[in-house]
Each structure stands twice: as C-alpha cells, then as structure tokens.
Design a binder for this molecule. Structure first.
Ligand SMILES: *[C@@H]1O[C@H](CO)[C@@H](O)[C@H](O)[C@H]1NC(C)=O
Ligand SMILES: *[C@@H]1O[C@H](CO)[C@@H](O)[C@H](O)[C@H]1NC(C)=O
Ligand SMILES: *[C@@H]1O[C@H](CO)[C@@H](O)[C@H](O)[C@H]1NC(C)=O
Ligand SMILES: *[C@@H]1O[C@H](CO)[C@@H](O)[C@H](O)[C@H]1NC(C)=O
Ligand SMILES: *[C@@H]1O[C@H](CO)[C@@H](O)[C@H](O)[C@H]1NC(C)=O
Length: 759
C-alpha cells in the first residue's frame, strides 16, 4: 500500500514536472492569478507572492528567488495555511498584522475605534488594482463588519533592483473619529532558512556622532526581539534605518541569500526583527510607535512612509549594489538636478574646519581666490554668517536670525557670490532652518514657535531649540528667508543642518491630536525641500545632521547629497564609508580632505587622505591658507586625477573587496565598477596596524570585470603626477589571480588608486 502510494506520487510528480516544463514563462511585473485572489510580484531575480485565497487574510506565500513558470503560481497557492483564526493567527504571515485577535507577534497597526474598541481584523475587501505598467498594486482590506474602516496596501516594484516598496493608507469611512497609535509601514516575512532550524544573521548599522554606520552583526535567536530605532525625531546616528538578514554568517560572501531593507523616513523610526524556533523571521518597521498618535476624523486618511526591501542571492555585495541603485533611481526621478548622470557632484571647498565661526568677506574672498586654481567647483560658506542683534560668533546665539551679519559681510552675499561665480565656481551657503538659539531675535519675537509644553522647562541641547515645522507660519517664514538669500545672491547650493534631537514635541491650539506633531515636523522638512526645489530647480540641497544624523532613504530620495560624518579622519572614514555604502549611492556621499585627519602621534599622508575621499563626492576642508606650495600643487593634481575617474566612482557600483576590519586593521580595498565592467577604479589602503607585516600581501581578486577583455591598468600611490605602474592585463587574470599591489606591502597609511579601462 505504502509502496504503491509512493510510486503514484513519483509518477504524478514526474508528469506534472514535464507538463510544467511546457508552460509559459512568468514575466517581471505584477500579475494576478487567473482565478484566485493571489498576486505575484516578480522582479528580475526575485518573486514575492501574496494571497487572500484561503480565508480572506492577506498573507505572504513566498519571498525569495524568482519563480519562473506561470504554473509555479498554482503551487504557491495550493499550500494551505496551517492556521486559522480559531487556532491562532499569531503564526500567519499577514501582510498587515494589526493589533487584535490572537495575534501575539509584532503588529504594525493599532487603532482605537468608536466605543473604545482597540481590535482590528483586516480581511481582503475584494478589490485590487494593478497599475503603472504592472509596477504597482493597491489592495483593499476592511475591518470585519466595520466595512467602512479601510486599509489600502500599496506595493511598488523596482524590477531591476529586486526591491519592493511598501506602505499603506488607512481610511476612516466611519461616522466617528478613529485614533491610530501605531502605523508602521510593513511586515516582511522571510521563509525558513536552509536548514529547518537554521538561524539567520542580522546586519545593522550602529554608531554615534563622529562614528556613524558601524556594521554590526547579531545571530538571531528565538525568544529575542531585536529592535533598531531612533526616538529623537530624526533618523539619527545611533542606528540607521537599514537591515540585512543573511542565511549564513559572513554575508560578505557574494553567493549568500540576503534580504535587506531601508525606511524612507527622516523622523523617529523603528525596525524590529523576530525569529522563532524554526527559523521563520518577521521584520516590521516604520514610524516609531512611542508617542505616535494620529487622529482620523470621518473621511480622513493617513499614509505611512515607504519601507523598501529586497532579496538577493549575491550576499551583502548584492545588497550593497541594489539599495544604493534604488535610492539613486528615485533621486533621479524626483530631482531636476539629478536627472543627468553626466552632471557630476562638484569638488567642493568648505572653510568650516579652516576658520569655523571666524568668517569675513575679505577672508572668504581670499579663500575663494586660493580654491579656484586648485580645481574646486563649489565654494561653500558654513555656519557663522548671520545674526545681527545676536551675531553668530559661536554656537550659543543667532540661530534663527537668517540675516547676513553686516560686520562680516557688509554688502550681503552678492559680491562674494559674484566673485565665486567669476572664478568659475558655484556658491553654497549653510542653513539650519529648523533651529533657534534662545538668544536670537526670532525666539524673542516668537517663543511659541519652538516645540515646548507650556509651563515646562525647555531642554537645551547645543544651546538650541527646535522650531515646530508642523506650523505653516514657521515654515513660511523660514522658506522666505532662505529663498530671499538664494534669489539675492544667486546661491547654487545649500547645506541644511540639524544639530539636536527633538523634545517637547506637541501642537498648541490644535483641534486635533497633538501627537501628530512628530509626523508634521518631518513632513514640514520635506515640504521645505520640495518648495525650494520647485522655486529653484537648479538648487542643490545637502542633508546634514551633526554629520550623518539624516541619511535615511527618505532624505536620499529628496536631496542631492548627504553628509556622512563630521569625522574626517581617513582611517575612521574607511569604516564609516564601508557601512554607509550599504544604502547610500556613491555620488551622494562626500568625503573631505582635511587637516584634522592627523593627530599628534602620526601624520597621515595627503595621498591617503585624498584616496579615502575619492570614494564618492570629493571635498576639501583643509585650511588652504596654511598649505605649502608643494601641498597646493599635489592637491591640484589629485583633484585633476579625481575628475578623470569620477564618472566611474560617482556612477559606478561601490563594492568592498576587502572590508576594513576592526580586528587586524590592516587593509581595506574597494572597487567601483562602471558600465558592466567597462571601467573600474580600485582604492586600496593599508592603514594603521599594531601588528608587524609578515610577507607580502596576496594579490587582490577583482570582481565584475569582463574576463575576456584586456584592461589598461594604471596605479598611482603617493605622486598624483607620475603613475607608479602601468600595464595591460586580462579581466580573467585580474579576477581569478588578482591585482598585485606591492606598494602596500609595508608601512603605515599606504594607499593606491588603480584605474582599469578596457583597452
Ligand atoms: C492552476 O490552477 C488553475 C485554477 O485553480 C487551474 O485552472 C489550472 O488548470 C491549474 N494549472 C495546472 C497546470 O494545474
Ligand atoms: C476599490 O473600489 C473602490 C470603489 O470602486 C475604489 O474607489 C478603490 O480605489 C478600489 N480600491 C482598490 C485598491 O482598487
Ligand atoms: C460580523 O458581526 C456578526 C454579528 O455580530 C458576527 O457574527 C460576525 O462574525 C462578524 N463578522 C466579522 C468578519 O467580524
Ligand atoms: C559667543 O559670542 C558672543 C557674541 O560675540 C559673545 O558675547 C560670547 O561671549 C560668546 N560666547 C562664547 C561661549 O564664546
Ligand atoms: C482620540 O484622540 C483625541 C485626541 O487625543 C482624544 O481627544 C479622543 O478622545 C480620542 N478618541 C478616541 C475614539 O480614541
């Protein structure tokens, strides 16, 4: 009996397999099953299947490698869900697990409905729309018998990067008010890992001011919830809204399954990761629920920010390629300044580290005269230029008073900006529009404009307070001030800072839920950027926040570039840039060559400093007044070389062949790959190591070149005018045996730039 059944199954399996072989191919895009309420979201290399077929709950059926045949669809829907509401929906892979019923894992939506009901039971409402050439799917869910309470799930595919963007809209069609106390953007469900009880490894990014984006890995364990978050009203440095989950430890191996994602939200956020004893993983994330509140009057709706996530079988290198490309794609879509790949991020000079608050028209004119011949393309005046009654001579006063200090710039910025333009450079100016010092005219006139509770002390941080950008009059005032400067002086670029966390976040004289302020403030920031970009389509906007406190996907899609860290020490930068490269497009990430990059124990050569800063947009922050003739010359030549290779760096994919290691601190090697391996730039570093070097470095095996092509290899080390070596070599040899870098065999702070061009 048992044997005949086994034979029957084998025969059936073979027959269906043969039939399947003949069936149609499953195309990229979003498809609905011909008869069932099941949708297939297919990208170049992944598939994501959701279904409401079994009992109306919208659940995930598959997320992983791409399914290839139309008939694969049947298999993914026939598998019956192992649960029912009677047993428990806790285990269900619901797309929107809401608070309510027998759901005891992390939920993503909690609402207070009329009569004090705080339970939801969301089921497919029976209609869905596929639009935008099969790139978008909207799907309605309704709550039990309260059919007027509607949740519309939104899915959008980034087909070539294997990424899905998710969010949802809650619509209150009831005749009474509804309050939301949690509205995270998405729940993602990972299948069991290879072995039934294998546990995955979580990669997150930790840090603090001056030490952003440190890569951390944690082994998941059942019974332990991992949360990365910021509750500060900004995306923050302490963690960054990104995750990656790999099937096996050591995801740097480029043939590992990795799921990865990033939140597009510049306010407080959270991402949680859970597993169970079998290795199933749930990831949830969105706006932080702590102190979140949103009231929906009848007929109102609320839409969450985007949570984008993807799948790759190419390990962390595959994830590192996809998320930055994804951010870049949306940046190009959103910003007129970014449409054209051939418009490169300019080499900038910023005098902050040279003069700090000690600004004057004459000094800035002199610096501009010095900067232009070096090849600088953008000249930026940083903090300290404003304030009349409260002159911004240090960080204790003047913030909020966006009038040019007449003692420092007697005729405003126009003469300086004109001069900078005549020298062939663009002109940039610093703002911190969402802040005030109490010692400022703005605060004296409008103390009610800052976040505060009446009768409660305001908590200063960096002697400043946060303006309530939820208030239209505040945004309008700041917008007009900033726009006035841009118009008057012809400013090409603004650097927008944000140097303290929020507190006292509430709305006064507001007939709605005052907790909405957390969200309104972030939307206010987005609105200012959008208004500036609309009025001045050629304006470049940099997002800065005490270094890298605002470099989430939301900022990346709305701004031209982000400042990664105030720490410009190149050996520290290698670690910061390593982490940041997981989600920030190379061109958006600036590195500055500065003087603060040396301490009194050792001198870091100019070449090393330049090479580290070559990894994205290039900036110079040194006090060039103090530069020797030789330093000025070398600087000019490094900038010239950078301009020759920046199309590869800024538009290529940044890969790390050797990640910087906090253990041995010996070498780190990157490779920027351009146009399918037509060109590449390798940056190689031997940094400080407490260990003596024994023997020569092994050749570095490159990746993603054309094995059959011959490459012209040019290597520079300390001298920008004279390559250390030049030869031709096949892609195969470079990839399978490796690139020799004898110049890095010993010594501290040795580095090399290697340009590979198909001959
Ligand atoms: C797939 O399922 C549909 C509907 O359930 C059915 O009509 C079709 O024949 C199935 N295809 C195969 C090959 O089993
Ligand atoms: C569902 O149907 C309603 C009424 O026709 C429509 O307004 C709504 O957009 C539909 N929702 C989706 C997700 O297609
Ligand atoms: C709707 O209400 C009825 C009556 O109270 C109840 O029996 C039924 O289970 C409810 N349906 C849903 C989907 O909640
Ligand atoms: C800051 O600058 C103001 C105005 O020039 C000055 O009065 C004050 O003493 C300075 N404070 C500090 C801490 O340097
Ligand atoms: C919703 O929140 C508002 C403002 O906090 C509160 O006044 C109201 O009682 C709440 N209503 C419900 C139904 O929870």
């Amino acid at each position: 009996m048992a044997l005949s059944r086994a034979i029957f199954f084998v025969v059936t399996w073979i027959t269906t397999t043969l039939i399947r072989g003949c069936l149609g191919k499953l195309d990229v895009g979003i498809h609905k099953h011909h008869s069932l309420d099941t949708w297939f979201l297919v990208t170049e290399k992944s598939s994501y299947v959701i279904s409401a077929a079994a009992n109306g709950y919208v659940v995930n059926m598959h997320w992983g490698k791409r399914l290839t045949h139309l008939d694969d669809l049947n298999a993914t829907v026939t598998e019956p869900p192992i649960w029912s509401q009677v047993i428990s929906v806790t285990e269900a892979r619901e797309e929107v697990p809401a608070f309510g019923g027998l759901r005891y894992r992390e939920n993503i939506l909690k609402a207070e409905l009329p009569k004090g009901i705080r339970e939801l039971n969301l089921q497919y409402a029976g209609n869905a729309t596929i639009s935008d050439h099969s790139r978008k799917l909207d799907l309605d869910l309704r709550d039990g018998n309260r059919t007027e309470f509607l949740v519309t799930l939104h899915y959008e595919l980034d087909i070539e990067n294997d990424i899905i963007r998710r969010s949802y809209t809650v619509y209150n069609g009831l005749d009474k008010r509804v309050n939301l106390s949690k509205a995270s953007s998405a729940a993602w469900h990972l299948p069991y890992a290879l072995g039934w009880d294998e546990q995955r490894e979580l990669t997150t990014l930790a840090g603090e001011w001056s030490q952003e984006a440190m890569v951390e890995t944690t082994r998941l364990a059942p019974g332990v919830k991992h949360t990365v978050e910021s509750t500060r009203g900004m995306s923050d440095h302490v963690s960054h809204p990104y995750f990656a989950l790999s099937q096996v430890p050591n995801a740097v191996n480029p043939s590992t399954d990795v799921y990865f994602g990033a939140l597009a939200w510049t306010g407080s956020w959270e991402i949680t990761v859970h597993t169970d004893t079998k290795g199933y993983v749930r990831v949830t994330g969105g706006i932080h629920h702590q102190d979140f509140g949103w009231t929906l009057e009848p007929g109102e709706s609320f839409t969450t920010p985007i949570f984008a996530a993807g799948y790759t079988d190419e390990g962390l290198p595959g994830a590192r390629k996809r998320m930055p490309r994804h951010a870049r794609k949306y940046q190009k879509r959103n910003l007129a300044t970014q449409k054209d790949d051939d418009v490169f991020h300019p080499v900038l000079y910023n005098s902050w580290e040279a003069v700090t608050f000690d600004l004057s028209f004459e000094k800035q004119m002199a610096l501009a005269d010095k900067a232009a011949p070096l090849g600088i393309e953008l000249f930026v005046v940083d903090d300290g230029w404003f304030g009349i009654d409260s002159p911004r001579d240090n960080d204790t006063l003047g913030l909020g008073d966006w009038d040019t200090n007449p003692k420092k710039f007697p005729n405003g910025f126009k003469p300086l900006a004109d001069h900078v333009h005549e020298l062939g450079m663009k002109f940039g100016l610093w703002f911190e529009g969402e802040m005030v010092n109490p010692n400022s005219d703005l605060y004296r006139e409008h103390p009610e404009w800052v976040f505060h509770y009446d009768g409660i002390p305001e908590y200063l941080s960096r002697t400043q307070l946060v303006l309530n950008f939820g208030l239209k009059e505040v945004r309008d005032h700041i917008f007009e001030k900033v726009a006035g400067h841009i118009e008057e002086a012809g400013i090409d670029y603004i650097k927008w800072d944000f140097n303290r966390p929020m507190q006292g976040v509430t709305m006064h004289d507001y007939d709605r839920n005052p907790q909405e302020a957390w969200v309104l403030a972030v939307e206010g920031y987005y609105e200012i950027i959008a208004r500036l970009k609309e009025r001045f389509p050629n304006l470049w906007f940099e997002s800065c926040s005490s270094g890298g406190g605002r470099m989430d996907l939301g900022a990346l899609e709305r701004t031209d570039q982000v400042w990664t860290s105030d720490n410009t020490r190149p050996d520290a930068r290698l670690f910061i840039q390593y982490g940041a490269s997981l989600w920030i497009p190379p061109r958006m990430k600036y590195g500055w060559v500065t003087d603060s990059s040396s301490d009194n124990r050792f001198e870091i050569p100019l070449s090393f400093r330049f090479h580290v800063s070559f990894m994205g947009g290039l900036g110079l922050g040194s006090n060039i007044n103090e530069f020797s003739k030789e330093q000025l010359e070398k600087t000019t030549h490094w900038i010239t070389l950078y301009k020759k290779i920046r199309h590869v760096i800024q538009n290529g994919d940044l890969d790390w062949l050797v990640p910087p290691s906090r253990v041995s601190e010996l070498i780190a090697v990157t490779e920027s790959i351009y146009n399918e391996g037509e060109e590449a730039v390798v940056l190689a570093f031997r940094h400080n190591s407490p260990f003596p070097a024994t023997g020569d470095l092994s050749p570095i095996r490159l990746r993603s070149l054309d094995q059959d092509a011959t490459y012209r290899v040019t290597i520079w080390q300390e001298d920008p005018t004279e390559p250390e070596d030049e030869y031709e070599m096949s892609g195969a040899l470079l990839m399978y045996r490796g690139l020799e870098l004898p110049g890095l065999n010993n010594g501290m702070f040795k580095s090399a730039v290697v340009w590979l061009q198909q001959a």
